[in-house]
Design a protein around this ligand. Structure first.
Ligand SMILES: Nc1ncnc2c1ncn2[C@@H]1O[C@H](COP(=O)(O)OP(=O)(O)O)[C@@H](O)[C@H]1O
Ligand SMILES: *[C@@H]1O[C@H](CO)[C@@H](O)[C@H](O)[C@H]1NC(C)=O
Ligand SMILES: *[C@@H]1O[C@H](CO)[C@@H](O)[C@H](O)[C@H]1NC(C)=O
Ligand SMILES: *[C@@H]1O[C@H](CO)[C@@H](O)[C@H](O)[C@H]1NC(C)=O
Ligand SMILES: *[C@@H]1O[C@H](CO)[C@@H](O)[C@H](O)[C@H]1NC(C)=O
Ligand SMILES: *[C@@H]1O[C@H](CO)[C@@H](O)[C@H](O)[C@H]1NC(C)=O
Ligand SMILES: *[C@@H]1O[C@H](CO)[C@@H](O)[C@H](O)[C@H]1NC(C)=O
Ligand SMILES: [Mg+2]
Length: 594
């Protein structure tokens, strides 16, 4: 197709979209509009929104939706088990006739919007099996005809609001498997429910679960079993209900895990599909050009292209969120890593090249060096230094015995310095956006180098926010980033904190051991901290641990993973703390402390 014809078609296409948009916005009814907002806040799904079209007059034919026949207002919304990832838009509160809302078994995060209290016709509400956080909004007490309320298996905290006592129609109620605390409202509707509605909340008390509320928190936590892994179970749970809880937890955990794996699987599958359409030979032979930074590579373009052409599946060393990585060995014995990113959008080319120029100009001991790139019609081939130690992810989770305490500290310090350089010493400063153990590479001496900085932003299109969340990165993302999708230095600091916890514990942030408890690694840390048992997060197989530096390192990690971005230190400060308190812990009697 000639380029002019293509441009024309593009233009027509845009025009059509514009028209459709103009017609659409003036046409859809208010409930449909609210549902479109709902859809926008959900950034991934299994495709259930395919027929949720803006140009429809009414949302009544959309998958999962049912309307009142007369008024065309939405009375029923069922999107359970559709792999929804994202938050629940407050506009849901505009569905004033909604009677049935089922969103269970998804990956929704963020808060339960208080606006849900506006849906006063609501009779059945299912939100269980998501990652919802924050409190149960007191506004739910306004849902005077509510019969079913299930918010079990989320990460809700705070108290059960007194206002729920007003829900006189309630016949089914479940807040199990959350982090709720305090007294269960003792008057009103909640009195009719027994302990099966409240299992797996550490801090609840009240008549319903036969746990006396004690004003003195000390004596409350001192009364029962010695500390053990099962300690987060309700204190007075009998033998029977303990077994019930454990099996429930296992089931829920397994379900969540399967959901996560599916997500990840689909994602990988999609990317493999994309990159396997053409081989490397195809990429390079159709008029490719090589750009080398600062004469960094002592080869001719021809040499490099010739080598690239010969690469095949046997040379693949890994593949991930952004493409496939090949090992590229030159005649003189130098080895490089070639990252192949399949082009999806041609318009980006010039912007892309300028950004790559900037990334190529960044040289630092703790960053993976980008030497140059190759531009072909179908892909970008980025040439990086090859790091023989592989990624921290592989070493930590497959050969953890190679990493003793000192090696781990050294990796943390190196990664911290690399990231601090990006944040504080680069102009323009660079937010990494994808700090995780597979992006920390190791050289032959197990020194850390941060890789893939700047790439997440570069590849940001409609897909990339989704990409980072789905691609096994879930556990590294700061809560405010999951809600807004806006990356800052402080979201990097949070991810760095998670990385430190991963290195300390030897467990992936969303290891099944955490998920079975309805938590991720940060949730587990917070739990341990509340019990003053944070040292237990340490990998028992890690040798040579010094308690003093462990405590200092934990303190750094705890600050980094604070849920409030303002409370997190800068990377500059993190490196300072690592150097002064962690790497060379000074016995306090040698120095005057502050
Ligand atoms: N410069 C490099 N040197 C050695 N191995 C690398 C290099 N870059 C990437 N790899 C390997 O390739 C894998 C895939 O990398 P990548 O495409 O960045 O995906 P991800 O970071 O999501 O794992 C990494 O996990 C790592 O094992
Ligand atoms: C639903 O779709 C059918 C055809 O598929 C159409 O006849 C009907 O008008 C649509 N109803 C609404 C409310 O859009
Ligand atoms: C919910 O109701 C309150 C008061 O009735 C109103 O101010 C608010 O705008 C409503 N919110 C939504 C999302 O409809
Ligand atoms: C809903 O509940 C909240 C708190 O429980 C209350 O302040 C508010 O006035 C109620 N809104 C309506 C519309 O009843
Ligand atoms: C329960 O409802 C009554 C009357 O509808 C209201 O006065 C009271 O404030 C409500 N209680 C709570 C806790 O919201
Ligand atoms: C708890 O209540 C449920 C019904 O809500 C009932 O089926 C169950 O037997 C009760 N369990 C106990 C231990 O009372
Ligand atoms: C509440 O949910 C938990 C966890 O899914 C489950 O074990 C329990 O049986 C449920 N309770 C009721 C009353 O449905
Ligand atoms: Mg990577």
């Amino acid at each position: 197709m000639g380029p002019i014809l293509k441009k024309c078609l593009n233009f027509l296409f845009l025009l059509t979209i514009l028209l459709v948009y103009l017609v659409g916005t003036s046409a859809i009814n208010s409930d449909g509009d609210a549902l479109l907002s709902f859809k926008t806040a959900v950034i991934n799904s299994d495709g259930v929104f395919l027929n949720w079209r803006q140009q429809d007059l009414y949302p009544c034919n959309w998958t999962g939706v049912k309307c009142d026949v007369q008024s065309k207002q939405v009375i029923y919304l069922n999107l359970a088990y559709h792999k929804l990832a994202g938050s629940i838009a407050p506009e849901i509160g505009r569905l004033s006739k909604l009677q049935y809302l089922a969103l269970q078994g998804n990956s929704l995060y963020g808060i339960i919007p208080p606006e849900l209290g506006n849906c006063t016709a609501l009779q059945h509400l299912y939100l269980q099996g998501n990652y919802l956080s924050g409190v149960i909004p007191p506004e739910m007490g306004n849902l005077s005809v509510l019969e079913t309320l299930d918010v079990s298996s989320n990460t809700l905290s705070g108290i059960i609001p007194q206002s729920l006592g007003n829900l006189t129609k309630l016949t089914s109620f479940n807040v199990s498997m959350n982090f709720l605390a305090g007294e269960i409202p003792a008057d009103g509707a909640l009195l009719t429910f027994n302990e099966t509605s409240f299992v797996g909340n550490r801090g609840l008390c009240g008549k319903q679960i036969d746990v006396e509320c004690n004003d003195d928190p000390q004596s409350q936590s001192r009364d029962s079993q010695p500390p053990s892994a099962g300690n987060w179970l309700p204190k007075k749970a009998g033998k029977n209900s303990t077994r019930l809880v454990i099996s429930a937890v296992a089931t829920v955990g397994a379900l969540l895990l399967v959901a996560l794996m599916c997500f990840w699987g689909c994602f990988l599958y999609k990317n493999f599909g994309k990159s396997d359409i053409h081989g490397l030979r195809m990429d390079v032979s159709g008029g490719a050009s090589v750009v080398m930074f600062h004469g960094d590579l002592p080869y001719s373009s021809k040499d490099i292209l010739k080598k690239m052409e010969m690469l095949n599946e046997d040379n693949i060393i890994g593949s991930g969120g952004f493409g496939t990585v090949y090992k590229l060995a030159m005649e003189d014995g130098s080895v490089f890593a070639l990252k192949r990113i399949v082009k999806t959008n041609e318009g980006l080319d010039r912007f892309f090249d300028r950004e790559l120029e900037i990334l190529g100009s960044i040289k630092h001991r703790y960053l993976v060096n980008l030497r140059g790139y190759c531009n072909s019609p179908s892909s970008k081939l980025l040439i990086y230094d090859y790091l023989p130690g592989g990624s921290l992810d592989e070493v930590l989770h497959e050969k953890s015995e190679k990493l003793d305490w000192d090696a781990r500290l050294n990796i943390i310090l190196g990664a911290g310095k690399g990231l601090a350089y990006l944040h504080h010493d680069c102009a323009p400063r660079i937010i990494h956006r994808d700090i995780k153990s597979s992006n920390i590479l190791l050289d032959g001496n197990y020194e850390a180098r941060v890789s893939d900085f700047g790439l997440a932003k570069l590849l940001e299109d409609e897909e990339s926010h989704i990409t980072t969340i789905v691609a096994g990165t879930f556990g590294y993302l700061a809560p405010e980033y999951m809600q807004s999708g806006r990356a800052t230095e402080k979201t990097d600091v949070y991810s760095f904190g998670v990385l430190v916890l991963e290195i300390l514990s030897g467990k992936r942030p969303t290891d099944s051991a955490f998920i079975e408890k309805g938590l991720n690694i940060v949730g587990w840390l917070n739990y341990l901290v509340a019990e003053n048992r944070q040292r237990e997060i340490l990998d028992p197989n890690c040798e040579g641990v010094q308690m003093e530096s462990l405590d200092a390192l934990l303190s750094v990690a705890i600050q980094c993973v604070s849920s409030t971005p303002e409370d997190r230190p800068t990377m500059h400060r993190v490196v300072q703390m690592l150097e002064s308190d962690v790497i060379t812990p000074c016995p306090s009697d040698f120095y005057d402390s502050e």
